[in-house]
Design a protein around this ligand. Structure first.
Ligand code: PLP
Length: 390
């Protein structure tokens, strides 16, 4: 095969929205001008709108981890007792951040592939009234698992603790009712469901969290959220912003508003369901007992290293998918659905997976997985459209 288009099929960075990519070329603007202030105000108000929250939203120039660190530094103090839910590599990142900033974490861990049960959070809060914060991933990208942040949030809401949700792959793949569920600090990143390159992180911050910030004693400088909030009111950022990415962000938010955040979520959920049905139909097993819709983690056939599948996607089709991280490397491969993914992508991914499995000696009837995806597609169409197809 002589032409192989490169396709990025990973859970971050994700495929880029063309209009956002084009907008980046207009980045010869200065950040202390009216043009920029209008752009920044638009981004902040559209972000607030797509997140459906009345909380403040702030944008940082950083990858997602920068916002995780900012949340740790700005709302808490060294010695604070906190609860961390850890169900994978990103949960472990919370644990490392707690250590870095001197907080005392009770870690509620679940084995890779499982979710931390909300009852555990309820029990931990009941046992210790001094808990200042609860940290979780809405979607644990390393294992393809989602957490019940609604139930956790409602439990945290009854206490004085602040609920910090890494929703970096949760936003745009699962419903998140930030205000009603008591999700005090919700963190997102540009390179996931927002369909633009890495480099921007953002937070939605409740008044409960801002109150906690008043007594925080952790040192900080670059990630000073109160300073960002003050500047944001005037349409400016504290430091030089990433103008190219903000131009892209404005386009991506426009796109998300045009289809509706709920439809973006539905898109991911539908593709995730079709993927689960197709891979299990091909005889493979899902890794997660509570699979989310950002990414599907799949076990390779018994005895096969998942790296073989990742490499085959790359060498045969120039398609980039992800292996497992850490000890999960070789145990799983992960297919993403968040952001700018569509059925066209999924038909191809599953057809390619069939070819790869067959080439590795796994018995596959060509087209069987693809047919599963076609059936999900047909079932999801409104009745009239489905009739027109038959
Ligand atoms: C991608 C991701 C992050 C952020 O990682 P960065 O490399 O810092 O952008 C954090 N949490 C989750 C769950 C993620 O998927």
């Amino acid at each position: 095969m002589y032409i192989k288009k490169q396709r990025l099929l990973t859970p971050g960075p994700t495929p880029l929205l063309p209009s956002a990519l084009h907008a980046m070329m207009g980045s010869d603007i200065h950040h202390r001008t009216e043009d920029f202030r209008n752009l920044y105000k638009q981004v902040l108000s559209d972000l607030k709108e797509v997140l459906s929250t009345s909380n403040d939203v702030l944008v940082l120039v950083a990858s997602g981890t920068g916002a995780l660190e900012a949340a740790t530094q700005n709302f808490f103090s060294p010695g604070d007792e906190v609860v961390v839910c850890s169900a994978g590599k990103f949960g472990e990142r919370w644990v490392e951040l707690m250590k870095a900033w001197g907080m005392k974490a009770t870690v509620l861990s679940a084995p890779y592939g499982d979710a931390v049960q909300p009852e555990k959070v309820e029990q931990a809060l009941a046992q210790n009234p001094n808990i200042k914060g609860v940290f979780v991933q809405a979607s644990e990208t390393s294992t393809g698992t989602q957490h019940d942040v609604k139930r956790m949030g409602l439990a945290v809401k009854k206490t004085d603790a602040v609920f910090v949700v890494d929703a970096i792959t949760g936003i745009g793949t699962m419903p998140l009712n930030i205000d009603a569920w008591g999700l005090d600090v919700v963190i997102g990143g540009s390179q996931k469901a927002f369909m633009i390159p890495p480099g921007l992180a953002f937070l939605a911050v409740s008044s409960k969290a801002w109150n906690m910030a008043e007594s925080s004693k952790t040192s900080r400088y670059y990630f000073d959220l109160k300073r960002e909030k003050k500047n944001a009111v005037n349409g400016e950022s504290a430091w030089t912003p990433n103008t190219a990415l903000l131009l892209a962000f404005a386009e991506s938010l426009k796109f998300i508003k045009s289809i509706g955040m709920d439809k973006l979520v539905e898109n991911a959920q539908l593709l995730a369901r079709a993927t689960r049905e197709a891979v299990t139909g091909l005889g493979l097993q899902l890794f997660s007992s509570a699979p989310g819709s950002s990414v599907t983690a799949v076990r390779p056939p018994a005895g096969m290293d998942s790296g073989v599948i990742v490499k085959e996607f790359r060498s045969r089709f120039n398609a980039i998918i992800t292996n497992g991280q850490g000890s999960m490397k070789g145990q799983i491969f992960r297919l993403a659905h968040l952001g700018y993914f569509d059925f066209h992508d999924l038909f191809a991914i599953i057809a390619e997976l069939e070819i790869i499995l067959a080439a590795q000696g796994h018995s596959v009837r060509f087209g069987s997985g693809v047919a599963t995806v076609q059936n999900v597609y047909a079932d999801a169409l409104p009745k009239e459209a489905a009739l027109a197809l038959s």
